[in-house]
Design a protein. Structure first.
Length: 148
């Protein structure tokens, strides 16, 4: 099982990635999960239990090295104001078995989108998480958390 830990203070000098306790120099960390929508693209109750699409990989710094799959395994993502943990132990990476925590609260059944793209080669960073909280009475809530 892979266990990655990504940590950043908000700039390249404070950014690090570890795999199973060892420093893992990487060009890019990409995690993209899209889930929790109906056929018209509108948010729906259930999050990851509804299935969806996911990409989760690390491109090592070493030239010519292939992509590393993050899952099956776990990754902790530590940002200046939030912590996200994603875990999937399924050998075939069944997205329905993925668990996501935001600041130690499980949000797997509320997740709409998760995008983590840390790209050192192009000097680009994007990290956000969108949750859908349906309400029985009143308007449903869609909240996007900018992670960095």
């Amino acid at each position: 099982m892979n266990y990655f830990i990504f940590s950043t203070g908000g700039d390249w000098d404070t950014t690090s990635l570890y795999l199973n306790g060892e420093n893992f120099p990487a060009q890019r960390l990409l995690i993209q999960i899209e889930t929790g929508r109906d056929y018209d693209g509108d948010p729906r109750r259930g999050g990851l239990s509804n299935g969806g699409q996911a990409t989760a990989l690390v491109l090592p710094e070493q030239s010519g090295a292939g992509e590393w799959a993050i899952f099956p395994g776990k990754i902790d993502l530590e940002f200046p104001t939030h912590k996200v943990t994603i875990e999937n132990q399924s050998p075939s990476f069944a997205i329905e078995l993925t668990k996501v925590w935001l600041d130690n609260q499980e949000v797997s059944h509320e997740l709409l989108d998760l995008m983590i793209d840390i790209n050192a080669i192009d000097n680009q960073v994007s990290a956000y998480l969108t949750l859908f909280r349906p309400k029985l009475f009143g308007a449903d809530e869609v909240a996007t958390y900018t992670l960095i």
